[in-house]
Write a protein that binds this ligand. Sequence first.
Ligand code: PGA
Length: 253
Amino acid sequence: MRKPLMTANWKMNKTVSEAVGFANNLKLVLRDAQDVEVVICPTFVALSEVSKILEGSSAKLGAQNVYMQENGAYTGEVSPLMLKELGCKYVIIGHSERREYFKEDNELINAKLKLALKYQLRTILCVGETLAEYQNNQTIDIVKAEIREGLAGVDKEQMGRVTIAYEPIWAIGTGKTATPNDANKVHKIIRKIISDMFDIKTGEKMRIQYGGSVKPDNISALMEQSDIDGALVGGASLSVESFIKIINYGKKD
Ligand code: PGA
């Protein structure tokens, strides 16, 4: 019912020529009609070239960030209009690295998300707890606040373009993953939060990705869980070989 979504978050990796090489190679191994939706999020500077290559393929283009204004004197920022023109269908918002290094808070993330939705972009809202919060049993409180504040003012129709990525921060790039069962428990709670905020149908329809050290050898166990609808993949999305294994999880060939 919910089509799995596998998103490559390259972060600040790959020059434009490296990104072009990856996109060309991915096209060679990607099936025409995937039963999994695939999204590639390169750096801003590589979006234009990667967009041209992905045209006509089953993979879609996404950005890693966006600003909360259409245009104006905001040096160094990029607006949703600009992303749309380049062929972006998705944008990641509120990644923990942006929250931590660039001091993005829920209010700013909410403003970005609302403007991106206004311009018909699909948004991937990232939520998740730090190691200290995890150890203090604060996971649910943190995730609830990030969702409630991040989605404030979003309506039901717009929720059709929202995916939530649950990424325990202690699992990102560390090689540690939440066990599939533990991750699924949080996913179920996230779905309940959405159902309570909107309605059950909206909660049931929304995809929830897991992120944090997803690799070819742990993706199948994660995807077997009832409420895990895909993955937001950092390190393992940087090579076509490992990312295609994640996309084709559970398949023999
Ligand atoms: P990772 O990153 O797969 O390298 O842990 C995931 C992410 O930060 O989205």
